[in-house]
Each structure stands twice: as C-alpha cells, then as structure tokens.
Write a new protein. Structure first.
Length: 402
C-alpha cells in the first residue's frame, strides 16, 4: 500500500515467499486466495502493493502470454499492484531442504543473470502506469561465502551484475521504467555485513573500471554510465540480517549513504536474541533447529564475534563459561517482543522504522517473515492471513500510518 507524501511516498507490503509456490499455478493460487484476504483487512478501499516472489520456474511460466495475462487479470480485478520482486531464492523455498542451496546459482553463473534479467522484464511490464513508481528486485549478495574462492570469483560476479545493470538500462530506455537490483547482505554470504557491501561496491561496482565497462555495454557516456550504476544497483537492507551481525540500522544506513549506495528496498524482519546463553537456553532453542533453512548464528564474546553456519554448529562450539550473546538468523514475527522466553532483535526494527518515519531511507518496505511453517507448533495456531495482518498493522503503527 502507498503510505503517502508525508511518509516519502513509500510502499509497504509483505513478501509472498511466505506462501509455498514454485510454479505459476501455485503462485497464482496464493495471489487469488491470500492477497485479497489480506487486502480486505488492511486497505479495502485502497490498492495493495505486492512483494512478489517468483522462482525461476514461475518466471519462465509467465513468459507464456496466457499465463502473464492471467497474472494481470488477478492484479487488476483484486486491486493489487506489483512494485518489488524477491529474486533471491532461485528454486524451491518451502517444504524441502533449502539450507545453502538457496544461494545457488550464484552471481558468477549465466543462470543467475538470465533469471534476474527475466524478472526485470516481467517487472517492467507489471509496474503500475504511474511513472513515479520505480521497481526493485532483491537478490543473493553474490553467493555463499564458503563457495567463493579468491578475487577472480568476486570479479566474475561483479561483471554479471554489470551485465544485468546494462539490461536494466536498456529496459529503461525501451519502457521508461526504472528498476534497481538490490543485493541483500546475509550472514555467511560473500556480502554478509554492510561494510562488506560497501567495500564490494567500492572495489567492483562504483570504480572507474565499472563505469567504463557499463559505458561499453550500453553505449553511454562515462557520466551517464556512472549515474546508471547508482540508479540501477544498490543494497536491500534486511533488518534481521543486519541485527544478527550486531549492526545498528542507523549506522548501516549512514555507511551506505556516505558512499552513495542506493537502498532501493528494506526488508522488515527480526531474529532471535539470547543475551547470555546458558545450557538451558541451548535445550530450549533446539526446536528452532529445523531441517529446511540455515539459521546462522553470530556470537559475541570477549574476543569479538564468532560466526556459525547453522544452529547445530553453534551448539557444538558452545562454552557455557563464556556466556556469549547469540543473534540467530531465524525470522520471527515482528509483532512479538519475545518468543518462548527468548528476546528478539525487534528493537533494531523499531529504530529503523522511526528513522524511516522521520527521514525516509527507501520507498520500498517489505515485511518478510517466511518461517511460519517451521516455527514450533504452538506458534502456528493462527492462520497465516491473520499473522500477516498483525505484522503489517504493527509496521503501520511504527510508521505512524495506522
């Protein structure tokens, strides 16, 4: 939904990766069933923006004219519009082991480039007729850090990102619509912290060589190519990921803005926080160690930050005498200040939304709690629509729009 000029003309939505669906048929079902129910309870008299998640299969399905026409009809008849796409998970995202496979194919591959180009083509056609509404696509931050070996891999990833930027430039020239790719830092990825994202942009995407490369790819002048890099490439700030890394959202935003890095999208999410981990805490958090998603852990000790790929690795390394603070990458409902006696990183969300309310950082805000189906049983009693509505209303309250 559009929040209005007093809130920077930002758009607030939730990501449809909450709903299982890998084919267009499955995605279409979610759009017909869940989105109208959410809209009816949040903004019955106003159009509702969609944070659309499309797998590679669904994106290919939608290249068929009949399928795309069906999507357009669902949107038009339901008072829905698409302004952002989650292009991070390429393949299956629910009901099977995802773990480190969610980062594949990574940005060194032709498959990731082709998938992202296809998403951009679809989004350019889906954006509302209002030219003031730009599009964003969030994506994997390069790839899975354990798979990245040496600077040549980073350079190959950056070159594909520049090729994608050239595709976005061509789309803007052809359609008049502006779309930005937003790299989403995440623990254990090539870009897992805001500072690593800043360094990557400085080294690979905002330097003279990148400007010359994009100018060559697009036929633009160097000045135009430099502007295009800032317009079409940026960062998606996921508030859970940043908080798990012990980052302050105000400082993260300041670091990005200081280097002229756009923030086309912010994902509103919170993780689990254990202020001083005990053996009893370990036993209580075991039910959150599911077989589907990675739940990276960052532990703060007297020596600094220790990082673990998954909860099981953190369990194995735990030393009770250290009493570390743990931040866990497990997206939890943002309307809860605590969960099963555990604290959450919601204060970081509150801090960012206060900043967004006071001095807007981005025009695209997306609630992203995708873990409803792997939460312990007692937290799955409410239907998903009710939970989505509670999250959205909480976010609206924080933004002063509800």
């Amino acid at each position: 939904m559009k929040l209005g000029p007093d809130r920077g003309d930002a758009h607030l939505t939730y990501c449809t990766n909450i709903h299982p669906g890998e084919t267009w048929g499955e995605v279409g079902h979610a759009l017909r069933v869940h989105l109208p129910a959410v809209k009816a309870r949040l903004c019955p008299a106003q159009d509702f923006g969609v944070g659309l998640r499309l797998s590679a299969v669904a994106a290919r399905d939608l290249t068929a004219p009949d399928a795309f026409a069906e999507l357009q009809d669902i949107l038009a008849s339901g008072g829905l519009y698409v302004f952002t796409i989650n292009g991070f998970p390429y393949g299956t995202f629910h009901g099977a082991r995802v773990k480190e496979a969610v980062y594949q194919p990574d940005w060194r591959t032709a498959d990731r480039l082709a998938y992202s180009n296809r998403l951009a083509d679809l989004l350019a056609r889906l954006l509302p007729e209002d030219d003031s509404i730009e599009g964003s696509i969030s994506t994997v931050p390069g790839g899975f850090k354990p798979d990245v070996d040496g600077p040549d891999v980073s350079r190959a990833m950056a070159d594909n990102m520049l090729r994608h930027a050239a595709h976005l430039v061509a789309l803007r020239r052809d359609t008049g619509r502006t779309i930005a790719l937003a790299l989403e830092p995440e623990p254990c990825c090539l870009l897992e912290t805001t500072q690593e994202a800043v360094d990557f942009f400085k080294t690979h995407l905002h330097n003279a060589a990148a400007v010359e490369r994009l100018a060559t790819l697009t036929g633009a002048s160097l000045a135009e190519a430099e502007a295009d890099l800032h317009r079409h490439l940026g960062v998606c700030l996921d508030l859970c990921h940043a908080a798990v890394e012990f980052e302050d959202p105000e400082e993260a935003v300041a670091a990005l803005q200081a280097d002229g890095i756009a923030v086309p999208k912010v994902q509103i999410s919170a993780g689990i926080r254990l202020p001083q981990v005990s053996r009893a805490d370990i036993e209580r958090i075991r039910p959150f160690d599911d077989a589907v998603y990675l739940h990276q852990v960052v532990a703060k000790t007297a020596r600094g930050l220790d990082r673990y790929l998954d909860l099981g690795d953190a369990f194995a390394a735990f030393k009770e005498a250290e009493r570390p603070e743990w931040r866990v990458h497990f997206h939890v409902p943002i309307f809860l200040a605590a969960l099963d006696g555990f604290a959450t990183t919601r204060p970081a969300v509150e801090s960012f939304l206060a900043r967004q309310r006071r001095d807007p950082v981005t025009r695209h805000l997306e609630v992203e709690t995708y873990t409803w189906d792997v939460l312990p049983e007692e937290h799955r009693r409410d239907d998903v629509v009710s939970n989505i509505v509670k999250e959205m209303q909480w976010a609206q309250n924080q933004l002063g729009t509800f």
